[in-house]
Design a protein around this ligand. Structure first.
Ligand code: 5GP
Length: 190
């Protein structure tokens, strides 16, 4: 998606430690008009697919998923990161290692909001090692719902996540795929 790539080049900041900061339009200050274009693009990509729910993970996926959902006319469910040791009842759970923080958290989704007849599209901001997506896919599997695919805004294609998930047969569609990046070179797209 050229509009998104241009924006990454213009406003993205590549930090040491393999982190692309996109706080000025995606992760902190949110450009809703750009999100709308992202929503239209995912709608186009998943045209013809029956989707009944969008699933994302807190926190940075929520804003994007909400705008995207307006083009699918379905509810958004977000997995909560459970910080306490005692889990609430009646939930699906999975363990997710955070790429940016290096910590592991338990993510939870209430059994009330994912049912076996749901057809789910996962939406997230980044795909790196794939831990977040794998955790969400595990929860969908636990619930008996169908995973239709994933819509990722930025995929760091040189990390293992995309390849591993696609090898499992999961449809992963990314709007911008980064081949390499460094503070010196900036971002190179695949
Ligand atoms: P994964 O689980 O695929 O390793 O990482 C995905 C999650 O880590 C995303 O939800 C995103 O929040 C965060 N993340 C991974 N790489 C980056 C990055 O380069 N920049 C930012 N801002 N977040 C990232």
């Amino acid at each position: 998606m050229q509009l998104l790539k241009d924006r990454i080049v213009k406003d993205g900041i590549v930090k040491e430690g393999n982190v692309l900061r996109v706080d000025s339009f995606l992760n902190h200050c949110m450009d809703i008009e750009l999100f709308q274009e992202i929503g239209k693009e995912f709608r186009r990509i998943y045209e013809g697919e029956e989707i009944t729910k969008i699933l994302t993970i807190e926190a940075s996926g929520i804003g994007i998923a909400c705008i995207v959902a307006q083009y699918f006319h379905v509810p958004v469910v977000f997995a909560k990161k459970n910080r306490s040791s005692n889990l609430p009842d009646h939930v699906y759970t999975s363990q997710v290692q955070s790429f940016t923080h290096g910590t592991t958290s338990c993510i939870v989704v209430s059994k009330d909001f994912l049912k076996p007849d749901d057809r789910v599209l996962i939406i997230d901001d980044f795909l790196a090692n794939g831990c977040a997506l794998e955790g969400l896919a595990e929860i969908i599997q636990e619930s008996g719902a169908t995973l239709v695919g994933a819509g990722i805004v930025i995929e760091k294609a040189y990390q293992r996540g995309g390849q591993a998930l696609r090898a499992k047969g999961i449809r992963v569609e990314s709007l911008a795929r980064i081949q390499e990046m460094s503070p010196e070179k900036g971002v190179v797209f695949a």
